[in-house]
Each structure stands twice: as C-alpha cells, then as structure tokens.
Design a protein around this ligand. Structure first.
Ligand SMILES: [Zn+2]
Length: 319
C-alpha cells in the first residue's frame, strides 16, 4: 500500500504540502473508522466484532466471522514480530486458526486458550482475541509464558449462530473415540504431544445470570477462586440460600442438576468428550477449565468482565 500511495501523492499533489497533509489525515481517519487500525486499547470489542449487536441482553449477538478472519490475518502484518498465525485445517468450508505468542524466554511453559467451540457463544472468540492483543503489550506475562490461542474452533457454527456444527454435531462432546468429526481430528492432530500448564476453554451460558468456571481438577490450588475474585461477586452464579455446595438446576433437563457449586462461581466436572476433558485427560494439562459468561447481562459489561475473568487466570502472582 505504501508504494501505491506514494505514487498517487506524487502525481496528484506535487508541491502542495497542505493538501497532502489533509489527504493523509483523511486516509488515517477512514482506516480508523473502518476498523483497520483496530486496537483493543482504544475500541470496544462488541462494536468491532459483532454484526447485529444490541445492548439488550435478549438479542444474541452474531459474530462477524469474515471480519474476524480478516482481523486475524492482519496480525501477520501488525504483529509480524510478535505472533505466528497459521491455519491448522478447515472444517465446513471455514479455516481453524492457531496463533502463537512466543515468550522471549523459550523455556517458558505454555498456556492454551480456545474459544468458539459452540457457535452461539461468540464472546469466547472475542475474548480470546482481546486477551491475546492485550498480552502483546504485557512484558511481565510474556516473560513467564508462551501463549497459544485457537480463537474459533467452530467457525461455520459461529457464522450460523448455532451451538452445533452445520451437520448437527456438538463439538464439545466429540472428543471421544468414534465421535470425532473434522474439527476434532484437526485439533487432536495439532495439539497432541504438546505440553501446556493450563488450558482455558471459553464458553457462554445464554440462560444464566452470572459467570462461572468449571474445573477439571478439584485441587487447583485456589486458582479459580482467585480469578473469580477479579469480578464482582454479584456477577457470579451463587447459591440463593448462601449455602454450599449448591446444585444448579439444568435448563435442558428439568428436575436434573447441571452443576454443583462449591463456592460462588466455582464448579467441578469432567464431562467426557468436551474440549476441557481433551485438555485434562488426553493432553494431561493439570489446570483445565471451562469458563462461562452469562447471557443475561448487558453486552458491553458481559464482554469486559469476561476479559477480566480470563486474565485473572493468567497472572502468575495468583498461582
Ligand atoms: Zn458452550
């Protein structure tokens, strides 16, 4: 673009510095407005990533998948000295990306963050990318860890705002022998043999009014609690009686208990075939978590608190 613009300027505005300056400013403003110069430090992720977002919690925002892909592709230029971006395979006509943010310390352990396995939970995608872009500027954390981000595990489902894949498969139950589909195989092939100290799979719970975390390992040294303390307790799922353990009723199977809260926002479960189960059982990641945002709060706040919660897991001072 640089060469092209320079030629254009030479031809049209030669000798007229003021006009050139005005022309350059208008280009900059246009790029800023179009999102080209998007930076998580200056913009809100909701405005940037969603197609139909409204502040009302009743409207499910749809991820603009094509724009998100363009944004990820732009990392190759914007962060060319910081990140490695690659497509690890394609599922249902859409690419699955892996982004590495290597530490200057090659011995540093690795943290894995995945998002968008359920296509109707788009804040997992936006949050993994927001956290990634903020990490670029975080020297302290980058000294400590290598980060691996797979922001969109189910891009076709995200495009359709569908929990499942286009063929009706719940990817988050497909990490089992005989149940694997294309995306499952791509992930297993890509990550097998890599060692991670922590794995965070970002989800969302549309019908819930609070954030919560599902731990694979009961004994996580209190890390989940410390991360949950990063957001106000009235934004967590809590026991209505104030007593724990408390069984959260399932919204899908009436009369059943979905999860048992051991403290505000904290549950333990190891549903087989989930991404978290794959992290914990197959990749042997000792700290594997599913992190859930609530569907029933205002979207800006939903986004910001989700970022804070995920970042709460990353700070080594908490571990
Ligand atoms: Zn989910």
């Amino acid at each position: 673009m640089g060469v092209c613009c320079r030629n254009f300027l030479t031809l049209n505005f030669k000798g007229n510095k003021l006009k050139i300056r005005a022309f350059l400013s208008s280009i900059l403003i246009a790029f800023s407005l179009s999102g080209f110069a998007y930076s998580p430090l200056y913009h809100n992720a909701c405005d940037f990533y969603f197609l139909n977002y409204q502040k009302s919690p009743d409207v499910l925002p749809t991820l603009n998948v094509d724009k998100t892909i363009k944004h990820i592709e732009s990392f190759k230029t914007i962060y060319r000295n910081e990140m490695r971006v690659k497509i690890i395979g394609g599922a249902e006509g859409e690419p699955i990306y892996r982004i590495d943010l290597p530490s200057p310390n090659p011995e540093a352990p690795k943290i894995l963050i995945t998002g968008g396995v359920h296509g109707n939970e788009p804040f997992g995608v936006t949050t993994s990318l927001e956290v990634l872009e903020r990490l670029v500027y975080n020297r302290e954390l980058r000294e400590q860890y290598n980060f691996v981000i797979l922001p969109m595990l189910n891009p076709a489902g995200l495009k359709a705002s569908s929990r499942r894949t286009l063929t009706g498969v719940d990817l988050n139950r497909s990490f089992l022998p005989g149940k694997e589909v294309q995306a499952t195989k791509i992930l297993m092939r890509e990550l097998q043999g890599e060692a991670f100290v922590m794995g965070l799979d970002l989800h969302g719970a549309r019908t819930k009014t609070g954030y919560f975390v599902i731990k694979a390992n009961k004994n996580d040294g209190g890390l989940a609690q410390k991360a949950l303390a990063k957001i106000p307790e009235d934004l967590l799922i809590t026991s209505p009686t104030g007593e724990y353990p408390y069984g959260i009723p399932s919204t899908l199977n009436k009369g059943k208990i979905a999860y048992v809260l051991s403290s505000p926002g904290e549950t333990v479960s190891n549903n087989v075939g989930t991404v978290k189960d794959f992290f914990f059982s197959k990749l042997k990641i000792p700290r594997a978590y599913t992190i859930e945002y609530p569907g029933q709060i205002e979207v800006y706040q939903r986004q910001e608190e989700f970022i804070k919660l995920v970042e709460g897991f990353l700070y080594p001072s908490h571990q």
